[in-house]
Design a protein around this ligand. Structure first.
Ligand code: SF4
Ligand code: FES
Length: 329
């Protein structure tokens, strides 16, 4: 069996003890030259640092090991207090609904985590993964609300785990986290975003220009006034986290509905003066499962962590479709 980092530290520290005694003897009594003596002292210092580091690692690892043994309570796996005690920390029960792809059911797991005022839900999940249960799966990347990877449901509300404070979410000392159910689930808290990106791509979410060559060899910048920019800018802040799609009651009852994220991006490019997609963007959205599928529940806008307001974008899209129809009559 492969030795862990901690075991290597431990055995190397033990092996260092006779070497230390030998070096002390050599430099003190064996009449070594000044250079050999200085070298010996340097080696002694290095060995001492190695010894202290090894001992500390073994101690810390032993503490984590103490807290890493799950206790079975019925069908729930409960992990006792784990990790180093942190001054000012509170112990929070993090209840995780883990999707099991083999049984297609959820397993309930509960972990005790140390939470300071800075601990995020993602931080706590990654601590569990590092020190207590490395089988736990969660999607994440930037840990700063930019990549859109860490969407989960915290106490029944769609949230970015990296932007959600654990203590502030705690209700009577416990927080419940589950995967977003509106996306196909992969494992535990990780969702499959293939369908989400298919919807996104279906609205051609790039600037369309008639002169294709100009895209690659533009001779001048596209000038935009502040008014022009304001029309689409709020909708360009989408980080594709999928929270709005998960929150949307219409998508959850009619999977053919394109959904708030894709439609808000359709409006974002339609409202951009530089885009030459023209009326085609309006025709594409003018369907029962497109803009007209939206029932204006507003759940998407409440869930959006970036203030994109997809519900408003869809209503603006509807309004432009109507204006275009009136113009054509
Ligand atoms: S509109 Fe908001 S909630 Fe929806 S994917 Fe974009 S950032 Fe996420
Ligand atoms: S990890 Fe990137 S948004 Fe949360």
């Amino acid at each position: 069996m492969r030795a862990s980092r901690y075991e290597i530290f431990m055995y190397a520290s033990i092996a260092a003890v006779p070497a230390l005694i030998f070096l002390i003897f050599l430099s003190t009594y064996a009449g070594a030259s000044a250079v050999a003596s200085a070298l010996s002292y340097l080696l002694i210092i290095a060995m001492a640092v190695f010894f202290v580091t090894g001992a500390k690692e073994v101690f810390v690892h032993a503490r984590y090991q103490e807290g890493a043994r799950p206790i079975l309570q019925g069908e729930r796996r409960v992990y006792p207090h784990m990790g180093r005690p942190i001054r000012g920390a509170e112990v929070v029960s993090l209840n995780v609904r883990r999707f099991n792809s083999e049984t297609n059911k959820f397993d309930e797991a509960s972990y005790k985590v140390n939470a300071t005022k800075h601990t995020t839900v993602l931080g706590a999940l990654l601590d569990i993964k590092s020190y207590s249960d490395n089988t736990l799966s969660v999607r994440c990347n930037c840990r700063m609300g930019i990549c859109g990877s860490c969407g989960v449901v915290v106490n029944g509300k769609q949230k970015l785990a990296c932007e959600t404070n654990l203590l502030e979410s705690s209700e009577n000392g416990s927080v419940t986290v589950s995967p977003m159910l509106g996306h196909p689930m992969l494992k535990d808290l990780a969702d499959n975003f293939d369908d989400f990106f298919k919807r996104h791509i279906s609205v051609s979410p790039t600037l369309e220009r008639k002169d294709v060559k100009e895209k690659y060899a533009a001779k001048q910048e596209y000038k935009m006034s502040k008014e022009d920019t304001d029309k689409f800018l709020p909708y360009s802040y989408c980080i594709m986290c999928g929270l709005c799609l998960d929150a949307c009651p219409v998508v959850n009852s009619n999977p053919n509905f394109v959904g708030p994220q894709a439609l808000s991006q359709a409006y974002r490019y339609h409202a951009d003066k530089r885009d030459q997609g023209g009326k085609r963007r309006l025709f594409d959205a003018d369907t029962a499962d497109g803009a007209w599928g939206c029932e204006f529940a507003g759940a998407c806008s409440s869930a959006c962590p970036k203030g994109v307001d997809p519900a408003a974008a869809i209503q603006l899209l509807k309004s432009d479709i109507m204006k275009n129809m009136l113009e054509e009559e």
